[in-house]
Design a protein around this ligand. Structure first.
Ligand SMILES: Nc1ncnc2c1ncn2[C@@H]1O[C@H](COP(=O)(O)OP(=O)(O)OP(=O)(O)O)[C@@H](O)[C@H]1O
Ligand code: SF4
Ligand SMILES: [Mg+2]
Length: 314
């Protein structure tokens, strides 16, 4: 498979009053054409910041370093005009916070038609038909009515779906979808997943799907990247990670799934300002030893297509 996106030593930190918040630390990852990578992990572990770092959507307090090679060009080195031409057209993006992404003073229909215009190739009449089809495929019962509404008139879940429709306007080779099923009830959630799966299979795009939902990740992703406190701690094929999780954090997350008895993982993630010297998971890990607290483990291969950051597998 052809390599589409390559992250080389990507780190992002925020300047804050309390110090430097190291939200993403030294991420190395390759996504090939057609590959669907799930970015999973608890709240605050850096999933959204990593997604936004790729498209350079972060505020000026953020400092990103490393290379973000997409289709052979480094996105980190592009000027504003160049990166704007990548957003939407080459990399579609579904923001975790639709209220931030939707323009509050424009009707949903206007914004959707504009996205279709940017992606090109359709007359105004064809674009309207396509917009209605897209909204219907995302379980809006009355798409014409939704087109006439302002974002403020929609619920959080509806806004999320409207944003998903906008991301689906073109045929981009890459999609970054941040929590596309957030705030949806079970029925609509299933329909949105089906629609996303259809979009991915029709366009053949590669994707990074950011989600809390391990079950969803297991359904849609062929590869998983598990993040903890800003770094990837386990990476590999979804099948291997689910059947034989190696990192104690992944085992704990699996045990917390409803079908596995909902055993809650106790404790909180470490500070992103004062990072521990050793393993970042040590305070919550039943297998932590002296070395774990002293030395920081690297992400190492444990099998083909399977990397783990844990001293147990050194
Ligand atoms: N603008 C900012 N300034 C300072 N810190 C920030 C900023 N944006 C994010 N952070 C911090 O970066 C860390 C990672 O945040 P991020 O939004 O990536 O988490 P996440 O994994 O997406 O969580 P969730 O699952 O809740 O969406 C968090 O500690 C967050 O507080
Ligand atoms: S390195 Fe040590 S503390 Fe960290 S996950 Fe592995 S066993 Fe647990
Ligand atoms: Mg997030």
């Amino acid at each position: 498979m052809q390599e589409l996106l390559k992250l080389n030593h990507v780190s992002t930190a925020f300047n804050s009053r309390n110090g430097l918040v190291k939200a993403v630390c030294d991420v190395n990852m390759t996504v090939s054409s057609g590959q669907i990578v799930g970015l999973v992990g608890e709240t605050g572990c850096g999933k959204s910041v990593l997604g936004q770092s790729i498209l350079r959507l972060l505020p000026s307090s953020a400092v990103t370093s490393g290379e973000i090679i997409f289709e052979g060009r480094d996105l980190a080195q592009m000027d504003d005009k160049q990166i704007r031409s990548v957003r939407g057209r080459r990399i579609a993006y579904i923001n975790q916070n639709p209220s931030e992404a939707l323009n509050p003073v424009l009707k949903i229909g206007t914004q959707l038609l504009e996205s279709l215009r940017v992606c090109g190739g359709l007359s105004q009449k064809e674009a309207k038909v396509r917009a209605v089809d897209l909204l219907r495929s995302l379980s809006f019962e009355d798409p014409e009515d939704i087109m006439k509404k302002y974002p403020l008139e929609l619920s959080g879940g509806m806004k999320q779906r409207a944003l998903t429709a906008m991301a689906m306007c073109g045929t981009p080779p890459f999609l970054i979808a941040d929590e596309p099923t957030k705030g949806l009830d079970a029925l609509i959630r299933g329909q949105v997943i089906e629609s996303l799966e259809k979009f991915i299979s029709i366009t053949g795009c590669a994707a990074i799907i950011i989600t809390h939902d391990l079950k969803f990740a297991n359904t849609i992703c062929d590869t998983l990247a598990l993040m903890y406190a800003g770094e990837i701690v386990e990476f590999g094929s979804t099948g291997k990670l689910f059947s034989a999780p190696k990192h104690p954090y992944l085992s704990a997350l699996k045990a917390s799934m409803p079908q596995n008895g909902m055993h809650v993982l106790k404790g909180n993630s470490c500070s992103l300002i004062d990072m521990p010297e050793g393993c970042r998971f040590a305070d919550r890990c039943g297998k932590a030893c002296e070395k774990c607290r002293r030395e920081h483990p690297e992400l190492r291969p444990v099998a083909e297509d399977h990397m783990v950051r844990c001293w147990q597998y050194d």
